[in-house]
Design a protein around this ligand. Structure first.
Ligand code: BES
Ligand code: MN
Ligand code: ZN
Length: 509
């Protein structure tokens, strides 16, 4: 939907026009080409850095307009000094963030083209080509816009930047690395498109249709409609859906990237896809309720992840399963006190209709284990407000029944910056969701340990011997402000994290 910026890689050399971006390391200052240019400019760059107290911290930028005295073949209309941070601290994640800063500085600046002179600095752990690819990845992630419903934009808010080039030694290496990252960014953009969409547009049926369109990208897509779900006995999911005029769907995306694998069992990802969460009869307060259009962000992340894996032809067999419902109050809605029979056969007393995510996931988790026999299941959900209280927006909550799985996920979080903090699972919490008339109730009597209670509830739907992790993204999936890699709005949290997890913990072995 975004016409999109172009990201290209070329041999070293000064550009003819546009913005010229020079890297500045916090510990080393300008690189060799930057110093040559500064000499030609009579020391203007060093003087500007001093005057602005520019130190080269990662993501710091300083823009010098209409520079005079540039070498003959170069008519750049501005020079942007870009902080790289300390060279020894430069890794994929920080390089990407630096790339994001280029877009942040120039997107609506009037500049149409930018050229980054990608130099090598002493002590850099990445090659210049790798760093350029990661910077381009970050730049692309930061360039996302959701403009579908904007018919009037003030001219000075309209983006001008359409192309960024990295002038770097071994541009073919950078291009090759970027083509993988570009597929991941495609997945991130798909997730952001889904999550940003309002709930009147993105109903469960429309979400399922968008999943179907991924067949062209090498995924097999199966959609179960209301009749199929009822026939199957998915009573927990159906109970949530029954108050809405928009019927539920369950979508299974299958990707076979490793047909010769010794273990035929797939890795499974399951997403909470509540296209709107009003709370149902246990209705939410009006203030902020509009945020609940993104209560399908777990499902959005699973779909974007599957698109990314297929797009970069990951060597893995994976399934993605999303439970899609709308949680609404109406004369047909589920009431507090209702008892539903889940697909697993376990009965649930629904005390609070606003604890609907766990009901949807219960049946989705059961179905993925019945239909796909995965060795490992990872669910992603905007499950609890309590996780926002506990961890804010810097970490998502992680729960796992397996220590090595938890460690792998935490490591992927560190590498991508989509960080996780592990919280406990413990039988001692189970007594809080004992019901007087059914196998369990869906909430505890008070708000204590709300995220853990949610995870304990989900664990009841995991079969013995299945490795399982639950990631609560309620605090991390939507950003109220711009960050290095994300304009404000949907972050697509989980796509880069789980893509990294697949690459490091499955494909590498
Ligand atoms: N979708 C919400 C959780 C949520 C809250 C996500 C805020 C993002 C921001 C979930 O369905 C919900 O309503 N959870 C309840 C559970 C409670 C009733 C046990 C909550 O967190 O209040
Ligand atoms: Mn809810
Ligand atoms: Zn919800």
């Amino acid at each position: 939907m975004n016409p999109g910026m172009k990201f290209v890689f070329d041999e070293p050399g000064l550009p003819q026009t546009g913005a010229l971006v020079l890297l500045v390391a916090q510990n080393l200052g300008l690189g060799p080409a930057g110093r040559d240019l500064d000499a030609a400019l009579g020391g203007m760059l060093e003087r500007a850095m001093k005057a602005a107290r520019f130190s080269g911290k990662a993501e710091e930028t300083l823009c010098l307009l209409a520079p005079a005295g540039l070498p003959d073949a170069c008519a750049a209309d501005r020079i942007v000094l870009l902080g790289l941070g300390r060279t020894e601290a430069l890794e994929a994640r920080t390089a990407a963030q630096t790339g994001g800063a280029v877009v942040a500085a120039l997107e609506t600046s009037g500049a149409e083209q930018a050229t980054v002179l990608m130099e090598t600095f002493d002590g850099m752990a990445l090659s210049a080509a790798e760093a350029a690819a990661e910077m381009a990845f970050g730049a692309r992630l930061r360039s996302y816009r959701f403009d579908r419903y904007r018919t009037q934009e003030k001219p000075d808010k309209q983006p001008t930047l359409t192309r960024i080039a990295w002038h770097v030694a071994y541009p073919a290496t950078a291009r090759n690395r970027f083509s993988h990252l570009d597929a991941v960014a495609d997945g991130v953009f798909l997730t952001r498109d889904l999550v940003s969409e309002p709930a009147n547009v993105l109903t469960p049926a429309v979400f399922a249709d968008r999943c179907r369109s991924l067949e062209s990208r090498g995924l097999a897509v199966t959609v179960l409609d209301e009749a199929a779900l009822a026939a199957m006995g998915a009573g927990a999911l159906m109970g949530v859906a029954q108050g809405s005029v928009n019927p539920p769907r369950l979508v299974i995306l299958t990707y076979k990237g490793d047909p010769e694998a010794d273990d035929p069992r797939p890795l499974a990802f399951v997403g909470k896809g509540v296209t709107f969460d009003s709370g149902g009869i246990s209705i939410k307060p009006a203030s902020g309720m509009e945020d609940m259009k993104w209560d399908m962000a777990g499902a959005g992340a699973v779909v974007g992840l599957m698109a990314a894996l297929a797009g970069r032809k990951a060597r893995i067999n994976a399934v993605g399963l999303v439970g899609l419902v709308e949680n609404m109050p109406s004369g047909a809605a589920q009431r507090p006190g209702d008892v539903v029979t889940s697909l697993s056969g376990q009965t649930i007393e629904v005390i609070n209709t606003d604890a609907e995510g766990r009901l949807v996931l219960a049946d989705a988790l059961t179905h993925v284990q019945n239909a796909c026999s995965p060795h490992t299941v990872i669910d992603v959900a905007t499950l609890t407000g309590a996780v926002v209280v506990a961890l804010g927006s810097e970490h998502a909550g992680l729960f796992a029944n397996d220590d090595s799985l938890a460690a792998q996920l935490v490591a992927a979080g560190q590498r991508t910056g989509e960080r996780l903090w592990r919280l406990p699972l413990d039988e001692a919490y189970d007594k809080e969701i004992r019901s007087d008339i059914a196998d369990m109730k869906n909430v505890a009597a008070n708000r204590n340990a709300g995220s853990i209670i949610g995870a304990q509830f989900l664990q009841r739907f995991i079969k013995d011997g299945v490795r399982w992790a639950h990631i609560d993204i309620a605090g991390t999936t939507w950003s109220k402000k711009d960050t290095a890699l994300t304009p404000k709005g949907s972050t697509a949290f989980g796509v880069r994290l789980l893509e990294r997890f697949v690459a490091d913990s499955w494909e590498a072995s």
